[in-house]
Design a binder for this molecule. Structure first.
Ligand code: DC
Length: 235
């Protein structure tokens, strides 16, 4: 992975406790991106959306026409991806080279192809190394994904698995995409994708020391409050 422009990263704020890493994992539609971003804003922390990195690498693979059936070619393309991501929760931006792909990586074509990258072991190790580098460079960061509590930052001071029922997750992802998606497309983007991705990372059960936050019956605000309270309770 090449990282051409790190000048876009936010300055590293420190928490009142100095360096503090918060790791949050969860399935698609659990609300982890919006919850973590809101918590980071409230606490003046940095925010790292690792799923956006998998999506940006997938965007590059599609843009360069990589053959997804060729695992080595996918890994080489991910290694070459000139990816930059901002960790400022107020200005969440992702670039591949000069292209601002912030919006494009949310398209269904990316959601439907991203597991090809997420289940590629070599590609994962490239992205994990870059995620660790970004976390290390931050003073106080909330990083979210599928394997942050277990693989990327198992030593994080706060480790949370954010879950929600399948019904709640389908409804949330549908609303996030503007409500125009068919039930079949949502099913592919949420349930089927999670089933494929869970071969690469276990984000359905909490590992030892990881707290479960079930948001099925919580409002967005209540979920953010609960995460913030856990972070604030660290001494
Ligand atoms: O959270 P998301 O839908 O933006 O994630 C996009 C994809 O990236 C998803 O299919 C799972 C994968 N992913 C992963 O395997 N590990 C991570 N730490 C983050 C995301």
């Amino acid at each position: 992975m090449t990282t051409p422009d790190q000048s876009t990263a936010a300055p590293a704020p420190a928490s009142a406790h100095g360096r503090l890493v918060v790791a949050v994992d969860g399935p698609s539609g659990s609300g982890k991106s919006s919850v973590c971003r809101a918590a980071a804003r409230r606490l003046s922390a940095e925010y790292l959306d690792t799923g956006a990195m998998y999506r940006a690498a997938t965007w590059y693979c599609l843009d360069t026409g990589v053959d997804f059936s060729d695992e080595s070619a996918v890994a080489v393309a991910v290694e070459e991806t000139p990816l930059s991501i901002s960790t400022d929760p107020d200005h969440q931006k992702v670039w591949v080279g000069e292209a601002d792909v912030t919006e494009a990586i949310r398209e269904s074509r990316i959601s439907e192809a991203v597991s090809e990258v997420a289940t590629n072991r070599q590609a994962r190790s490239v992205l994990i190394a870059e995620q660790r580098r970004l976390i290390d460079a931050a003073g106080f960061v909330i990083a979210e994904g599928r394997d942050i509590t277990t693989v990327v930052a198992p030593d994080a001071q706060v480790r949370v698995l954010l879950t929600a029922s399948a019904e709640a997750r389908l409804a949330r992802r549908g609303a996030e995409l503007g409500g125009g998606q068919s039930a079949q497309s949502l099913q592919r983007q949420v349930i089927e994708r999670d089933a494929r991705d869970s071969a690469a990372a276990n984000f359905t059960e909490a590992a030892d020391g990881v707290a479960v936050l079930d948001s099925s019956h919580l409002s967005f605000e209540e979920t953010v409050n609960s995460l913030v309270a856990r972070i604030e309770s660290v001494d």
